[in-house]
Design a protein around this ligand. Structure first.
Ligand code: ZN
Length: 114
């Protein structure tokens, strides 16, 4: 995922919410970001700073990132484990029959108006 594209996507969503709720200024936006979502938080923040200052209603709006742990489930031994540490292979039984339970999220959680 390209960070700038992600930022524009978030800004579009925020603008929609503002229009629906007659908000004129947004002070912060909280997003939940999975640890294996392919979006790099530091790049995201850089893009954010640049992009929000082009939007009248989002000037100096803060971006809050809430990380979501990446957890994988093993179909063979029915256990969960940390995806970042072990990847696709189950550390309990060595199986490759695993799938990601969470950690790929990208969601807007909260929009705070001034
Ligand atoms: Zn296993």
């Amino acid at each position: 995922m390209h960070e700038l594209g992600v930022v524009f996507h978030v800004i579009d969503n925020v603008k929609e919410v503002c229009a629906e709720n007659n908000l004129t200024q947004v002070s912060s936006v909280t997003i939940q970001l999975g640890k294996v979502s392919a979006v790099i938080p530091s790049y995201l923040k850089d893009c954010w700073k640049w992009a929000v200052n082009r939007e009248e209603l989002m000037k100096d709006c803060e971006l809050v990132i809430e990380p979501i742990e990446a957890i994988t489930f093993c179909e063979d031994c029915k256990q969960e484990y940390d995806t970042i540490k072990h990847g696709k292979i189950c550390p309990h039984c060595g199986s490759e029959h695993t799938y990601l339970l969470q950690g790929n999220e990208f969601m807007i959680k909260e929009i705070e108006a001034c």
